[in-house]
Design a protein around this ligand. Structure first.
Ligand SMILES: [Zn+2]
Length: 163
C-alpha cells in the first residue's frame, strides 16, 4: 500500500484524508495536508451502543399497594374465624357490617364463605374483631399431606396406604 500523495510505501497506520475534494489514502506524514475523512473515521460501534428497551424497575410508593394485595391472601377458613370472633364479641352481623362500613349482605356472604373479603374489608375485620385474616402468600401452609399435621411420618403414610 502506497501513499497517494508522496507515493512512498505506508508502514503502520494509513490515513484517509480529503484533499481538494478527493479522498486519498495517505501516510501519516501526509495526513495533515488535507482534511480527515470523517465518514470513514467514525466508529461504527457508536450506533450499536444504544441499549434497547431495558426495563427500569421503579420502586415508588405507588407500587406498594398492588404488591401488598398480590402477596397477601385471606386465610382459608375466614368464614369460621370471622363468625366465631363476632359471636365472642356478642356482635350481630348488622353490628359488624356497620362497624366495618359494609352492607349486611356483604358480611353475610363473607361469613357463609360465598365471598372472599377484599383487602380493605379484611383489614377492617381484623381490626374490629382482633383477628388475623391476611397472611403473606408464602406463609400459607400447603395442605399436601404435611406429616406434622396428622402426627404421621412419611413412613407411616406409606404404610397406611399399603393396607
Ligand atoms: Zn505520504
Amino acid at each position: 500500500m502506497n501513499c497517494e500523495i508522496c507515493g512512498s510505501k505506508i508502514y503502520g497506520p494509513s490515513k484517509r484524508i480529503i484533499l481538494e475534494g478527493s479522498k486519498l489514502l495517505v501516510c501519516m506524514k501526509c495526513s495533515n495536508l488535507g482534511e480527515p475523512d470523517i465518514n470513514t473515521e467514525r466508529y461504527p460501534s457508536r450506533t450499536k451502543r444504544r441499549t434497547l428497551g431495558t426495563p427500569v424497575r421503579k420502586r415508588t410508593g405507588e407500587s406498594r399497594l398492588p404488591r401488598e394485595v398480590e402477596e397477601m391472601e385471606v386465610a382459608e377458613n375466614f368464614p369460621k374465624i370471622i363468625k366465631e370472633a363476632r359471636e365472642k364479641k356478642k356482635m350481630s352481623q348488622q353490628d359488624l357490617a356497620r362497624t366495618v362500613k359494609e352492607r349486611l349482605s356483604i358480611i353475610q356472604k363473607i361469613e357463609l364463605g360465598k365471598m372472599t373479603p377484599d383487602l380493605r374489608i379484611s383489614r377492617a375485620l381484623e381490626h374490629t374483631l382482633r383477628i388475623k385474616l391476611l397472611l403473606p402468600r408464602s406463609e400459607i401452609p400447603v395442605e399436601t399431606g404435611k406429616p406434622d399435621q396428622t402426627g404421621l411420618t412419611l413412613g407411616d403414610v406409606i404404610q397406611y396406604k399399603k393396607k
